[in-house]
Design a protein around this ligand. Structure first.
Ligand code: ADP
Length: 412
């Protein structure tokens, strides 16, 4: 081989070798680049999946709150809202919308806007007298707690966190309790004031020396002290039934027809005095009812006694029906229906919705003749029946027919 050829061949081989080495290195680098790219992609995908899982978790957590939660920016534009907040505003989502255009009540809006401006934590209770906020129809006295706090961010303008809590049912319970205390104090004070008045007369005016007048005063005092005792007794029963004692009611089997007969016997002196008649139509099936017989006797006594009391000068007719039937659910369960009907003066339609309220008495019935009572009887009846899972309804055509209908499931 010629020297020139040898040199050329050597150069070519060297060039080839170096290009192979370069190609190899390049391939290696490309390969390693590809490797690191796919590693990075994998890492990136992992981060994305993790972030997505965290977001879903966060969303689930936010949506699990019953309270509406909203996070807004400085301008009051909603950045985050949970399901309860969307529902409250009756929208699918309120993200990106302003507080003022989504919250459907101007009082709530104003409260939140003011809090955002002040930028200080604040909790406020708002009573909306008549509003559709958060409801399908206008309701009286709904109550809301607006809980605001700024969320300071290190490098950014702060965000604002608002929680809107519906406290209407707690508010109503408090209202009922306040009214009960006010009414109870008033009802207790009246007989007490009368007793005190008579005592003063007896002692200071020396009436005690005159046996006839003294006897009259003492009789009146006894009437009012009886009323006081009855009021206290009935208030205790109501508070027991309301304070969850329903769960402590006895759960014993008893014959409901026997309970009704006992009540009729207990009231027979009054029935005879008023020349009233009580007719019973008992279901032929023996009705073994499970519950607290004391409360059932009390409820039936109140209902029959009311009919007699309210018609003291009329020889009325009272009928008591008991019936067992299958429940609508068709699952073999049975229900008990008790109907107590009288043909007395009845209850005017306008008063019917209120007669189960505590201390409610139909004024017309009591202004003409002082009918004994506290206005607590029907409230006790309703509580006692509801504590057994039952319901009571009243209907009345004054002078013709007044019916109290109780329905209650029979426990197997
Ligand atoms: P009270 O202690 O006054 O009897 P209730 O709560 O038992 O209180 O009853 C409330 C009011 O409902 C009574 O004061 C009376 O005006 C009316 N009422 C209840 N039952 C009858 C009835 N059968 N007929 C006419 N009025 C009734």
């Amino acid at each position: 081989m010629e020297p020139a050829t040898i040199i050329l061949t050597t150069i070519t081989i060297a060039a080839l070798t170096s290009s192979i080495i370069i190609w190899r290195n390049l391939t290696k680098r490309i390969h390693s680049n590809q490797q690191s790219y796919s590693n990075k992609r994998e890492q990136h995908e992992k981060i994305l999946t993790k972030t997505e899982a965290e977001r879903t978790e966060l969303k689930l957590l936010l949506n699990s709150f019953d309270d509406a939660l909203v996070i807004t920016n400085e301008a009051g534009i909603i950045q985050v809202s949970n399901k309860a907040a969307n529902q409250l505003c009756q929208r699918h989502t309120i993200r990106g919308k302003s507080i003022s255009s989504t919250l459907l009540d101007h009082e709530i809006c104003e409260c939140i806007t003011k809090a955002i401006k002040k930028n200080k934590p604040k909790k406020q209770k708002l009573i909306l007298t008549s509003s559709t906020f958060g409801q399908e129809e206008t309701i009286e006295n709904s109550a809301w707690i607006i809980d605001y706090a700024p969320l300071p961010l290190d490098n950014d303008t702060p965000l604002h966190r608002i929680i809107i809590r519906n406290v209407s049912s707690e508010h109503r319970t408090d209202q009922v309790k306040r009214e009960f205390v006010a009414n109870a104090s008033h009802e207790l004070r009246t007989p007490l004031a009368i007793i005190n008045g008579y005592l003063e007369n007896l002692i200071d005016d020396n009436i005690i020396e005159n046996p006839n007048i003294a006897r009259k005063a003492l009789t009146t005092m006894r009437k009012h002290s009886d009323r006081l005792a009855q009021l206290i007794e009935e208030m205790l029963i109501i508070s027991k039934l309301e304070s969850g004692a329903a769960a402590q009611l006895k759960n014993e089997p008893f014959q409901i027809n026997d309970t009704i007969s006992t009540v009729i016997d207990r009231l027979s002196p009054l029935t005879q005095k008023q020349k009233a008649t009580i007719i019973t139509h008992f279901d032929p099936e023996l009705i073994t009812f499970t519950g607290d017989a004391f409360y059932w006797e009390q409820a039936i006594y109140n209902l029959i006694e009311n009919a007699l009391k309210q018609n003291a000068n009329t020889p009325i007719q009272i009928t008591v029906d008991t019936k067992i039937s299958e429940t609508k659910k068709d699952n073999g369960n049975k229900k008990l229906t008790i109907k107590i009907t009288d043909n007395g003066k009845g209850i005017p339609t306008a008063h019917l919705p209120y007669i189960f309220n505590r201390f409610y008495r139909v004024q017309k019935h009591h202004s003409q003749n002082q009918v004994r009572g506290t206005g607590l009887g029907l409230s006790i009846v309703k509580h006692a029946i509801e504590a057994h899972g039952g319901k009571i309804k009243a209907s009345s055509t004054p002078g013709i027919e007044t019916t109290f209908k109780i329905t209650c499931p029979i426990k197997k």
